[in-house]
Each structure stands twice: as structure tokens, then as C-alpha cells.
Design a binder for this molecule. Structure first.
Ligand code: CUA
Length: 337
């Protein structure tokens, strides 16, 4: 028994460096590789602070080392001798230099941050944080979840609200993080230099599934974005096949409609993500698993399998009902023009 336990902990210890390596190998978004002006401002504050902190650290370590070496050489009778500039040194280095660096950092970071607070026109998007997903609303009525489409090269102004607890919206490559606070409205803006996909993450601990509260910012060309936004605002496509029709009936006659909306149908629940064009999204459960037929079926029958603590309850359906429902949902792409 003990031997087995020892073997297991040895295996765990051996796998730790592997886990660390794997974490390094997957390229995670970094504030140090900004892809837009707001993030560049944040990293331009970070770098000088790192260099000054490095210089201070080197100086302090060097003084400590000097003290140790000198202490070894000193003679017994010298130990009690007063150092003439001792008090003055403590005052200058301890209070003067430290105070000047801290005040300097404060003034520098406030001056640099001014541009982050400046109001300017841009595409308006409202993002509402929920346990544990993101509701995304556009001025033209388009609603989606966990994917924020923006026009590349243009400014987007994001208004942030929370439906429950404090969350924090963070897209390291595009903007500094900003909290979503219940009962208050906060704002952030960013601009992506180029089209692309930028990973975002909730950056404020908000409960059991805080780690599974991811999202993606997808910067399209301005034309593609305009098309996307107008498609996203349209009602859902009617089910194309008999199976999909059956799936729609399953959706409308079950508890699904208590929480989810599908615009253009009788379903207008507001507690969970809007599913009008769910098939256009990449993931289920705010970046938890990719949107595939298999995972969607598992998610519907037992969402806690992927996301323990999730607010969505399990749904009991027959195999045929489930198959029809998944077919219907995966047919909810953009209507062809
Ligand atoms: Cu939402 Cu952490």
C-alpha cells in the first residue's frame, strides 16, 4: 500500500517538469507581445518598471554581498565603531531614493494611462459577465456569447456589466484588464492592428469555473465584420430537414427555453447564452470544449461532465430526441442571403 503510494507520488513529481514544459510549449497570449495601441501602452509602462526594479535588485544584492565580505575581514575592535555616514545613508537610500522611484513610477504610469481613459467614437459593444460565460451585445441587436467580433484596425468601445459577481475582462494582446462589477458600468477600448484571433480570459476569481471562463476576440476585416454583425442580428434559420424540425420541437417543448433564446422562435430565455446562431461559434461552455456534435450531445445531457458547478442543469432526453436536437442546433448557422 505504502509502496504504491510512494510510486504514485514519485510519478507525480516526475511529471511536474513535463507539465511546466507543456505550459511553455502552448503559446499563451502575453502583454509583452501587444497587437494593438491599448496593449502597447500597457507594455510601455511595464518595461521601464522592470528595468528600474532590476537595477534596484542588483544594487541591493551587491550591497548585501559587500556587507558579508567586509564583515568577515573586520577586526573585533572595529565592530562597535560608528560609521560617520551611516544614518545619512539610511535616510538617503531608504527614504529618498525609494520615495523618488515610487513617486516617479506613479507620475509616469498615470501620464501614460491617460490615453487609455480618453473617450473617442468607435464600434459600441456591451459585454455582460455571467457565472461562467460572456454575453456579447451589439448596437444593431446582434447577440452572441463568448466570441467578440470586432473590425480590425478600428477602435471598439466596450461597456462592461456583471449579472452576478465580479469578473474581469482580459485580452492580454489587446488591452489591460478591466473589472465587471455588479451594479456598475465600466469601460475599456481596444483596437487590433490586424485581423486575427485573440484569446481572452476572466482575470478575477469568480467561483468554481473561473478558469473555464474564456472567450475569443475575432478581428475581421471591416467589411467582413459589417457582414457578420448584420448576419448575427437576423433571426434564426428555419430548420431545413425533418430531423431538424423534430429537434426544434424538442427544444421548444423542453426546459431549454427557460434559459435560452433563439430569435425567430418562441424561445426567449435570458439566463443562458443566446443560441440563435450557435453553429457559428467555435466552443461550448466559454472555451471549455470545441463545438462538435458529440460534445454538444454530452453537454446537453450532462454539462457538469465538462464543467463541474455549471448553472445549466442536465437534460433527460431519449437518444432520438437528443440526436434531433443536436442536428437542429448545429443547423443554426447564418441564413444564406
Ligand atoms: Cu469570471 Cu473569473
Amino acid at each position: 500500500m505504502n509502496g504504491e503510494r510512494a510510486r504514485r507520488s514519485r510519478r507525480l513529481l516526475l511529471s511536474l517538469p513535463l507539465i511546466a514544459l507543456a505550459a511553455c510549449a502552448t503559446k499563451s497570449p502575453s502583454i509583452l507581445s501587444p497587437k494593438g495601441p491599448a496593449a502597447r501602452t500597457a507594455s510601455s509602462i511595464w518595461w521601464p518598471m522592470v528595468w528600474v526594479a532590476t537595477a534596484v535588485t542588483i544594487f541591493v544584492v551587491a550591497m548585501g554581498a559587500y556587507g558579508v565580505v567586509r564583515g568577515r575581514r573586520i577586526r573585533e575592535e572595529d565592530i562597535s565603531r560608528e560609521v560617520s555616514w551611516g544614518d545619512r545613508f539610511i535616510l538617503i537610500a531608504g527614504l529618498g531614493v525609494t520615495g523618488a522611484i515610487l513617486i516617479g513610477f506613479f507620475v509616469f504610469s498615470v501620464a501614460r494611462s491617460v490615453s487609455l481613459a480618453r473617450a473617442e467614437p468607435g464600434t459600441q459593444i456591451t459585454v455582460i459577465g455571467h457565472d461562467w460565460w460572456w454575453e456579447v451585445r451589439y448596437a444593431n441587436g446582434a447577440v452572441t456569447a463568448n466570441e467578440i467580433h470586432i473590425p480590425a484596425g478600428e477602435r471598439v468601445n466596450i461597456t462592461l456589466q456583471s449579472a452576478d459577481v465580479i469578473h474581469s475582462l482580459w485580452v492580454p494582446e489587446l488591452a489591460p484588464k478591466i473589472d465587471l462589477i455588479p451594479g456598475r458600468t465600466t469601460h475599456v477600448w481596444f483596437k487590433a492592428d490586424h485581423p486575427g484571433e485573440y484569446r481572452g480570459q476572466c482575470a478575477e476569481y469568480c467561483g468554481l469555473q473561473h478558469a473555464h471562463m474564456a472567450f475569443f476576440v475575432i478581428a475581421d476585416t471591416p467589411d467582413a465584420f459589417a457582414q457578420w454583425m448584420s448576419d448575427m442580428a437576423r433571426p434564426a434559420t428555419a430548420p431545413a430537414t425533418a430531423l431538424a424540425q423534430q429537434g426544434q420541437a424538442v427544444f421548444l417543448s423542453n426546459t431549454c427555453i427557460g434559459c435560452h433564446a433563439i430569435r425567430g422562435t418562441a424561445a426567449n430565455g435570458q439566463l443562458g447564452p443566446d443560441l440563435t446562431h450557435i453553429a457559428t461559434r467555435q466552443t461550448i461552455g466559454a472555451g471549455t470544449v470545441p463545438l462538435t456534435a458529440n460534445d454538444l450531445a454530452t453537454w446537453i445531457t450532462d454539462p457538469e461532465l465538462f464543467k463541474p458547478g455549471v448553472t445549466m442543469p442536465p437534460t433527460t432526453l431519449t437518444k432520438d430526441q437528443l440526436n434531433a436536437l443536436v442536428t437542429y442546433l448545429l443547423g443554426l448557422g447564418f441564413p444564406s442571403p
